[in-house]
Design a protein. Structure first.
Length: 95
């Protein structure tokens, strides 16, 4: 597991704070993705601010959100990195 995925795993395991989404995600539409994140204990916000845990970037993202997150020292992850970390936190059931 990469250091970046390991750091994201730690962020997912701590249910405090909020995350911000930018762009579209291949797994589902925006409302479905928000519901998935909330079930995982991750609160979704529309704006990057000091208490944002991380920014999750999909296709067609807003560069301004990425720039703001980076300038504030907030980690930025791709959708692929996020799902890789989710597989570590919530391993798939292998029957």
């Amino acid at each position: 597991m990469s250091d970046k995925i390991a750091s994201l795993v730690k962020l997912i395991e701590e249910p405090r704070g909020s995350i911000v989404l930018t762009g579209e995600f291949s797994c589902c539409d925006r409302m479905e993705s928000i519901n998935i994140f909330e079930v995982m204990g991750l609160r979704v916000s529309g704006s990057v601010y000091s208490k944002t845990k991380f920014l999750l970037v999909g296709d067609g993202y807003m560069q301004e959100k990425i720039d703001r997150a980076l300038s504030m020292g907030i980690p930025v992850f791709t959708e692929s990195e996020f799902w890789n970390a989710v597989d570590v936190v919530f391993p798939p059931n292998k029957n």
